[in-house]
Design a protein around this ligand. Structure first.
Ligand code: COA
Length: 161
């Protein structure tokens, strides 16, 4: 049984993330979307809220599940019996950072491979921060997040104002 981990902050999940989730769920028996803390970021949504948002927009993907973890990515991957970490690449600059992360994770646990998936060109300019910025400035972000979670994001931003 092949299990892959798709990790990220997902604060919130975007259409770009969902595209990677859909494509990778065709390649693996199970894809676990792992919501982890990036120590460099101050999140808008809690870990459990982020998991709930992912569950909402992946309800039609039976071999996908969302979980959160507060520790090292490779430890979570091993705990889940995963053999691969999937990372989406949007730009060349993503590659530089991700290459370093992949080497680091390989060094921490040599049994887990990092696989890079090229982001769909339609979503290469999206990031969770861009979504939050546009939403907080009252712009139209309907095409950036899955329809299922649009209201959740709008309300959260509204509350934080
Ligand atoms: N479509 C749209 N957006 C995408 C995307 C895609 N296909 N791929 C990446 N992005 C966006 C993300 O939303 C994120 O946006 P943001 O910076 O506005 O939040 C940005 O690109 C960077 O993504 P990524 O590099 O995956 O960072 P991340 O913060 O989402 O996730 C973790 C990083 C959580 C996976 C990493 O910090 C981690 O592994 N933490 C656990 C602790 C650990 O093991 N540390 C050592 C790791 S070496």
């Amino acid at each position: 049984m092949s299990i892959a981990i798709y990790p990220g902050s997902f604060d919130p999940v975007t259409c770009g993330h969902l595209d990677i989730i859909r494509r990778s769920s065709k390649m693996f028996d199970t894809v676990i979307v792992a919501v982890l803390n990036n120590s460099a970021k101050k999140p808008l949504f809690s870990l459990t809220e982020r998991v709930a948002l992912i569950e909402k927009c992946t309800a039609d993907i039976p071999n996908c599940k969302a979980m959160c973890f507060d520790g090292l990515l490779v430890d979570f991957a091993e705990q889940q019996g995963a053999t691969a970490i999937i990372k989406g690449l949007r730009t060349i600059s993503d590659f530089e950072y991700e290459y370093q992360m992949a080497q680091l994770n390989k060094n921490l646990n040599s049994n887990i491979e990092t696989l890079f998936m090229v982001t769909n060109a339609n979503y290469s300019y999206i990031s969770s921060s861009v979504v939050k910025e546009i939403a907080s400035l009252g712009g139209d972000f309907t095409s950036l997040v899955p329809d299922e979670i649009y209201e959740n994001v709008r309300q959260k931003i509204e509350k934080g104002r």
